[in-house]
Design a protein around this ligand. Structure first.
Ligand code: NDP
Length: 290
């Protein structure tokens, strides 16, 4: 009999499978449930117990990990067995918006459970690695009580008691990830139109990205001080540059939706009277959503 805390994992997509696997590796007794039961096969071979109902999954132990597509899936899965939520600590590692996670936390609390929100910042291959990180938020006491077990998955980064905070930090990372990667795809399309492969531009692309942390810290201090003077860069100069980017892509015959959206934002900044200010003044526009 293991002395480690029993854990239930509900949801066995790539992420839930990796998580259940990491708990097994850590010596935890693991109970699993998934809508499509066959996704538990490998885990069962490794010692997990597959149960036939959500109620059995919830009552197998105190700590229940959810790894579902989103919070709507949580309601779909838990609603019919919600009487079994009382006394459970639900660690919801499904992604969704901060508002949806707050509503989900209320829903669980109203049924007598404790809800911790999680935002996993790594793909399944990063699970089981202490150097990986997951944002958590919700009631601190239950989080601290279960932190040692959760550390079988990744390192933990507790952001506060508001259940939406973990989702917020996760989404902050995701908006940067998606927009940055689209910038990279655009660069690859432009390179391809000019006979260059992704591998050809990789060193230059990588070098460009390594300069970004310096820009982030330089502008963070100024933006927090609402300092947008054009002493280092000017929006008007940036306007000319982003138009060159748009025309270079148009000339190459590649899709221009992304560079055109960038030009549109710069133009709105010019129209708002920020021409002589830093291009960080665009943050003011973005804060006001137009
Ligand atoms: P998947 O969408 O592949 O897996 C989803 C799981 O949710 C499956 O077990 C699926 O069951 C179940 N599910 C979805 N809808 C329902 C429903 N209506 N009723 C019952 N079960 C349902 O996601 P991942 O495993 O990749 O990820 C899980 C969560 O982790 C997501 O929120 C994702 O955003 C987040 N995440 C994922 C990362 C990744 O790289 N994969 C990285 C960081 C976060 P079934 O098997 O029956 O279809």
């Amino acid at each position: 009999m293991s002395s480690k805390q029993p854990v239930t994992v509900i949801g066995l997509g790539p992420m839930g499978q990796a998580m259940a696997g990491a708990f097994l590796d850590g010596g935890h007794p693991v109970t699993v449930w998934n809508r499509t039961a066959s996704r538990a096969d490998t885990l069962v071979e490794r010692g997990a117990v597959l149960v036939g109902s959500v109620e059995e999954a919830l009552t197998a132990g105190e700590l229940v990990i959810l790894s579902l597509t989103d919070y709507d899936a949580m309601y779909a899965v838990l609603e019919p067995a919600s009487h079994a939520l009382s006394g459970r600590v639900l660690v919801n590692l499904s992604s969704d918006t901060p508002d949806k996670t707050r509503a989900g936390a209320r829903w669980v609390t109203e049924r007598g459970g404790i809800h911790l929100t999680g935002g996993v910042t790594v793909p399944p291959s990063g699970i089981g690695r202490p150097e990986s990180s997951t944002f958590y938020s919700g009631p601190r006491g239950p989080f601290e009580a279960h932190r040692p077990t959760l550390e079988a998955l990744t390192g933990t980064d507790f952001r506060g008691e508001d259940p939406g905070l973990a989702a917020l930090f996760y989404q902050i990372g995701m908006v940067m990830f998606w927009t940055s990667m689209l910038g990279y795809w655009q660069a690859i399309a432009l390179a391809d139109a000019n006979g260059l492969s992704a591998a050809d531009i990789l060193p230059h692309a990588g070098e460009t990205m390594t300069t970004m942390p310096n820009f982030l810290s330089f502008y963070a201090a100024r933006i927090d001080a609402d300092e947008h003077s054009g002493d280092v860069d000017r929006l008007a100069m940036g306007m000319a540059s982003v138009e060159h980017v748009l025309h270079t892509n148009a000339d190459a015959g590649v899709d221009t939706a992304l560079p055109a959206a960038v030009v549109d934002l710069f133009r709105r900044g010019m129209d708002a009277g920020y021409a002589a200010d830093s291009f960080s003044s665009l943050v003011r526009l973005m804060k006001k959503a137009g």
